[in-house]
Design a protein around this ligand. Structure first.
Ligand SMILES: NCCCNCCCCCS
Ligand SMILES: [Mg+2]
Ligand SMILES: [Zn+2]
Length: 343
């Protein structure tokens, strides 16, 4: 399987993550991508390509122009306001307040985000742009005939809404890929999110769509991020009614249970008969992940890859979460190796 990777991911190197009342070293750190890349090469998974430049058009097919413009100048605007630290949102429109865009940078940060753990600093914009180009390059490979391709994206994307950042995400790489397939004439696309956390951004972006089926297996939002979306009664709306599936699991869920949900999702995908699959791959489902609570083992990711291959669909993998950095390379590449040997 080919991998697409950009060294520009390292332009995202924030020093802070608000967690437990402290500013900690971010879980979403550069070594995550470097560790996966090293494993790709160590395992000779396949050719590693740098991304092509697709510009902002494909990004704006999913994200609003004002949100994209905000991200482009956010760091400069924050600095121009004389702020001493990294840009962190701290004020939001609560119940009974107004969802209108203020002029002030603190107001704009709150307007365009849903969580406070995702700091912004110099280079975040460039890294997010490169991550979207990585995903679009993988999509081009699959549209060009590759059975599957691995978009080694960093920063991740599945928590980003059309005009909201959060959960370490800015551009929704999986949604951008799904929309690119649709724009190139693929009639139906499925996006399956196997990250530990609900793919709230991806769900929201396609919630009224019947041509993009969104599915996510994740930790119970009553207990974990993103807290306010991802429940099983969210099945889509309007034309999209019936085209969103959430499968929620409790703490300590092992693969033997989680894979039953995977099976349900795969059967729903098969019934949908999509022309392509986007697999939002987080490996924070791993038993030792520091911020999650499922109990998947490294060998389970081989089994996961094999199962996905049996769907028999052109597949783009977009790298999402996974925060046990020592294990992330083996776990992510196991999915690709499992897929390749069953394809
Ligand atoms: N104390 C942990 C808070 C985590 N908040 C954001 C989680 C984002 C996961 C991205 S896959
Ligand atoms: Mg998920
Ligand atoms: Zn996650």
């Amino acid at each position: 399987m080919k991998t697409v990777f950009s060294p520009l991911h390292s332009r995202r190197h924030v020093k802070t993550e608000l967690d437990g009342g402290l500013l900690i070293e971010p879980h979403e750190k550069p070594s995550r991508a470097e560790t996966i890349l090293a494993r790709v090469k160590d395992q000779a998974l396949g050719e590693v390509l740098e991304p092509e430049e697709f510009g902002l058009e494909p990004v704006r097919r999913v994200h609003t122009a004002d949100y994209v413009a905000f991200l482009e100048t956010c760091w400069q605007d924050w600095q121009a306001a004389g702020k001493p630290g990294e840009a962190i949102p701290a004020v939001w429109a609560g119940r009974g307040m107004r969802h209108r865009l203020p002029k002030d940078i603190d107001g704009r940060l709150g307007y365009y985000s849903f969580a406070a753990e995702t700091s912004i600093s110099d280079g975040t914009w460039e890294a997010a742009r490169a991550s979207a180009n990585v995903a679009l390059t993988a999509q081009k490979l699959v549209a060009g005939g590759e059975r599957a391709a691995f978009a080694l994206c960093r920063p991740p994307g599945h928590h980003a809404h059309a005009d909201l950042f959060g959960g370490y995400c800015f551009f929704n790489n999986a949604a951008i890929v799904a929309q690119a397939f649709r724009d190139q004439g693929y009639g139906r696309v499925a996006v399956l999110d196997v990250d530990f956390h609900h793919g709230n951004g991806t769900q929201a972006i396609f919630y009224q769509c019947s041509d993009v089926l969104t599915l996510s297996l994740h930790g119970d939002p009553d207990l974990v991020f993103p807290h306010f979306l991802g429940f099983e009664d969210e099945t889509g709306e309007g034309d999209g009614e019936g085209y969103n599936l959430n499968i929620v699991y409790p703490p300590n869920t092992p693969y033997s249970v989680w894979s039953q949900g995977l099976e349900t999702a795969c059967e729903r995908i098969a019934a949908f008969q999509p022309d392509a699959l986007v697999l939002a791959l987080g490996v924070d489902t791993f038993e030792d992940d520091p911020i999650s609570f499922f109990k998947l083992t490294s060998s389970d990711y081989l089994t996961l890859g094999e199962r996905l291959a049996r769907l028999g669909l052109p597949t783009v993998f977009t790298m999402e979460g996974g925060y046990d950095v020592d294990a992330i390379g083996v776990n992510a590449v196991n999915v690709m190796q499992g897929f390749d040997r069953a394809a």
